[in-house]
Design a protein around this ligand. Structure first.
Ligand code: HEM
Length: 486
């Protein structure tokens, strides 16, 4: 059969020159408009397929998930940089199934309420830090998301400033998304594996030195927090956590189990940071650009929760507009616009098109979230679109959760935690803060400069934003909530 259509490749190199590291999702969406919702390109023979509609992602990545659940065997990222046992890189098979079972034990729906007290208290500390030092909102969000998983997974309480594990996490997640796995993570050595045997003095071997340095950091990133749990367990002085609970069960301490646990724990930690920061930055942007949405949300919270206490998870069902804001923030922000690539395990045929085994498959979430037939006026931020009553099938097609957390057997296992942690973060910010554009010396609003330079996450570069307590009353309620806990 014929391959799916796509831009014309040049001999040997294929479409190398068509692929951009910056906002690849915009290029892929342009192709979708030109060639349709299934597009094929290749880099020196390695096929890449972009799926840009709900139908194509559902038909292939979900319904045929048993052959679309693999991850690419990347020589550079996996073997040379030491990422091959991190969950998002693990090949589909026994190891990935064991890892996902562990993830489900940690973040399955029934477990999440047991984290609610910790999530609430971390949220209040986050707001305190944000109010004290608003310009560092990214660092505070990293402290929030990373601190939460460090606590749940390793029983480690991150330091208020300059925490060693948070710093290491920030460095390694940045290395992963912007260096090692940028643009799908395909390096020349992935196409010609023999290049890995080049001597380090040979021309073109610079990648080997980079890989050596990056692997050393990645190994520390995986080992250090895990060694912390083991040392604290040995000393008897530890805070119960996911790792300590499993390690205490002596019979589970086989080398294979410990290996799985160490890499699964690291994956939970690493996957929680830039994703949460990206969603939160889009929330800040949306509130700053749409004061009418902020005012409406604050009115809902004041009516339902009042101004004498902070929102809790028990209030969620009575706050439909806050849920609509969360939905629209996922949709409008598109935190991981190309999702992460899956690898096709067998030749396949779809709508008469031949998709070869080994192709890397990208769900183009950006194109779906900007589809005018599903979301009229798609580039506008309109939470109201989620208040309309629609039939359940359409509601599922329009639910951003059907796409922004990935697909099929590799769908994000942190989604249940995020549903709680990001919801309470947004609800508490709306209850306690005013968010607006900064003003210059003459009182004129400063328009934020928005640019995206991260290859995997649609993380805006740092922008100016005015964040302050809504009133002395909300500041007092926040202080009281923190004091009551300590
Ligand atoms: C708003 C926050 C988050 C977003 C938008 C998000 C999104 C995603 C996406 C798009 C994928 C790729 C799925 C695929 O390959 O089809 C993924 C994978 C993953 N996520 Fe998340 N994520 C978030 C937070 C978290 C958190 C908090 C955790 C853990 C506590 C987590 C753990 C993981 C892991 C371990 C994987 C790899 C799964 C696999 O390959 O089998 N994520 N996430």
């Amino acid at each position: 059969g014929r391959l799916p259509p796509g831009p014309t490749p040049v001999p040997v190199l294929g479409n190398v020159l068509d692929l951009t590291a910056k906002e690849l999702w915009l290029t892929a969406t342009k192709w979708a408009k030109q060639f349709g919702d299934v597009v094929h390109v290749h880099i020196v023979g390695q096929g890449l397929v972009f799926l840009s509609s709900p139908e194509a992602t559902m038909d292939l990545l979900e319904k045929r998930g048993s052959i679309y659940g693999d991850k690419p065997a990347l020589v550079m990222a996996g073997e040379l940089c030491g990422c091959d046992n991190m969950v998002a890189f693990t090949r589909y098979g026994d190891t990935s199934k064991r890892q996902r079972r562990l993830l489900n034990q940690a973040f399955g729906i029934p477990v999440i309420p047991s984290y609610h007290p910790l999530i609430e208290s971390e949220t209040h500390s986050f707001i305190r830090r944000l109010v004290a030092d608003p310009s560092n909102y990214m660092a505070h969000t990293r402290r929030y998301a990373g601190g939460l998983t460090l606590s749940v997974v390793y029983g480690y309480e991150a330091a208020e400033h300059n925490d060693k594990f948070l710093n290491l996490g920030e460095e390694c997640v940045d290395l992963l998304s912007n260096k090692i796995a940028s643009g799908g993570g395909i390096w020349p050595v992935d196409i010609f594996p023999t290049l890995k045997h080049l001597p380090t003095w040979a021309p073109g071997s610079a990648f080997l030195l980079k890989a050596k340095a990056w692997k050393a950091r990645m190994d520390e990133f995986v080992d250090q927090p895990y060694n912390f749990v083991k040392a604290s367990l040995k000393s008897g002085d530890y805070v119960p956590s996911f790792c300590s609970m499993l390690l205490e069960e002596e019979k589970k301490r086989s080398p294979e189990f410990e290996f799985d646990l160490k890499y699964t724990a690291n994956s939970m930690y690493s996957a929680s940071m830039d994703t949460t920061i990206t969603v939160f930055c889009h929330f800040l942007l949306a509130m700053m650009l749409h004061p009418e949405v902020l005012a409406k949300a604050q009115e809902e919270i004041d009516t339902v929760v009042g101004t004498d206490r902070l929102p809790t998870f028990n209030d969620r069902a009575s706050l439909p507009y806050i849920d609509a804001i969360l939905n629209e923030t996922y949709r409008w922000g598109v935190p991981v616009p190309m999702s992460l690539p899956h690898r096709l395990m067998e030749d396949d045929v779809y709508r008469g098109m031949f998709i070869p085994k080994g192709s890397l498959i990208f769900g183009n979430v950006w194109a779906i979230m900007r589809d005018e037939s599903l979301f009229p006026n798609a580039s506008a931020y309109l939470p109201e679109r989620y208040l309309e009553k629609v039939d359940p099938a359409l509601a599922k097609r329009r639910d951003p959760r059907s796409y922004v957390f990935g697909f099929g057997r590799r769908r994000c296992p942190g989604v249940n935690l995020v549903e709680s942690s990001v919801w309470i973060l947004i609800a508490t910010c709306l209850a306690t803060l005013d968010i607006s554009k900064l003003k210059d010396d003459f009182g004129n609003p400063i328009e934020p400069k928005i640019d995206f330079n991260n290859a995997v996450f649609r993380l805006p570069d740092r922008f100016e934003c005015d964040i302050r307590p809504r009133s002395e009353r909300t500041a007092k309620v926040l202080r009281q909530a923190e004091a009551a806990r300590s």
